[in-house]
Write a protein that binds this ligand. Structure first.
Ligand SMILES: Nc1ncnc2c1ncn2[C@@H]1O[C@H](COP(=O)(O)OP(=O)(O)OP(=O)(O)O)[C@@H](O)[C@H]1O
Ligand SMILES: [Mg+2]
Length: 233
């Protein structure tokens, strides 16, 4: 597939992603640890289509998936980050690109993946913005064209990462979980209720998704830990 360089990620936008801006920071190191753990999960079955979700809103799904996408691309793997949050998409903001078309344009067969994908300023990292928000996201995600999309995306890219809406709010993440090779659940330190996290795990099991792991986001780090990390570099 010939990927055209349509729009470059603006420098300002790229600054938001710590993995891109400061790969040596302790936080970027943590994203690399998550990447390594995902790779270890791939021993029995290849894990290349991965979604990131959380129980509720604003727990760090979009932040986590975008940093992971950068981190995988830094390995020289060709990565596609797909904005499958068809309720509150943000990938176009994060990467400073427009969102006239994208994922939904492909699912409704108005454009192809090659016509829609956007090359970012990060080597080997491509993004697919959400496209126009449809009235029926769950229906689109369970369509035959979604199956074809995942197949094609996995042919063209080493890793396909999906940003999603909250699991306890809408059915979309469960539908997607069933089609991806694995799911990462983000929990927000001291905010996500244990019951909500358990319910999310149940829903993912029900969707027959492989739960790759849980990311504890926004964990307060004591100063002494920072010294340790810096010292360990
Ligand atoms: N570890 C963190 N440290 C500081 N700020 C964070 C962290 N994680 C997320 N944020 C900030 O919290 C806000 C919500 O994060 P994000 O958009 O990633 O969550 P989300 O789960 O995708 O939200 P939504 O449910 O609205 O899609 C953002 O402004 C983001 O920059
Ligand atoms: Mg989000």
């Amino acid at each position: 597939m010939a990927l055209k360089k349509k729009k470059l990620m603006s420098k300002d936008a790229s600054r938001k992603l710590i993995s891109a801006v400061d790969p040596k920071s302790p936080i970027s190191e943590q994203y690399r640890t998550i990447r390594t753990n995902i790779q270890y999960s791939s021993i029995d079955k290849e894990i290349r289509a991965i979604m990131v979700t959380s129980s509720g809103p604003a727990e760090g799904k979009s932040t986590t998936v975008a940093n992971l996408a950068v981190t995988f691309a830094q390995l020289g793997k060709k990565v596609l980050l797909v904005d499958a949050d068809l309720r509150k998409p943000t990938v176009h903001h994060t990467f400073g690109v427009d969102n006239l078309w994208g994922f939904t344009t492909i699912l409704t067969k108005q454009k192809t993946l090659a016509e829609t994908v956007v090359e970012t300023g990060e080597q080997d990292l491509y993004v697919l913005t959400s496209g126009p928000i449809p009235p029926n996201p769950a229906e689109l995600l369970s369509s035959k064209s979604m199956e074809q999309f995942i197949e094609e995306a996995k042919e063209q890219f080493d890793y396909v990462l999906f940003d999603t809406p909250p699991l306890l709010a809408v059915a979309d993440p469960q539908i997607l979980a069933n089609q991806c090779d694995g799911t990462i659940l983000v929990v927000f330190s001291e905010r996500t209720e244990i019951e909500q996290a358990k319910k999310s795990k149940e829903l993912l099991e029900h969707a027959q998704s492989k739960l790759l792991g849980v990311v504890l986001n926004h964990k307060e780090v004591k100063n002494s830990d920072y010294y340790y990390y810096y010292g360990a570099k």
